[in-house]
Design a protein. Structure first.
Ligand SMILES: [Zn+2]
Length: 116
């Protein structure tokens, strides 16, 4: 079965952008990052070239899964520029824990009108 794009609600789209804004502020990366939502067979991936990180998140995912994928891929980028980004090693999971904690804080600070 081919994955079909899922539409987010207006509130969910706003929250997605708020997460991105605060992740950039509180969990900065060592280079600029471009985050795209697009048709993927996986939930997401991350990559880099000489200047930037690139995070892709599958648009077939629902809102909750997109947020979780964003945290996961952000942690990969946090690992750094020179190390192998694809490893799910202890350093990755430590970084994922930090990103996840930041996401929980961002979620708790969401404007009231964006609560579900
Ligand atoms: Zn991964």
């Amino acid at each position: 079965m081919k994955a079909r794009p899922k539409r987010l609600t207006h509130k969910q789209r706003r929250k997605w952008h708020i997460y991105l804004y605060w992740l950039r502020e509180r969990m900065p990366l060592s280079a600029p990052v471009i985050v795209r939502t697009c048709l993927l067979s996986d939930s997401g991936d991350s990559n880099r070239d000489s200047a930037r990180f690139y995070i892709r998140v599958g648009n077939h995912l629902d809102y909750r899964a997109r947020i979780e994928t964003l945290a996961h891929e952000w942690a990969h980028c946090r690992i750094g520029w020179d190390t192998v980004m694809l490893d799910h090693n202890a350093a990755f999971w430590a970084e994922f824990g930090a990103v996840d904690a930041a996401m929980v804080t961002i979620s708790a600070e969401m404007p009231e009108e964006l609560e579900d």
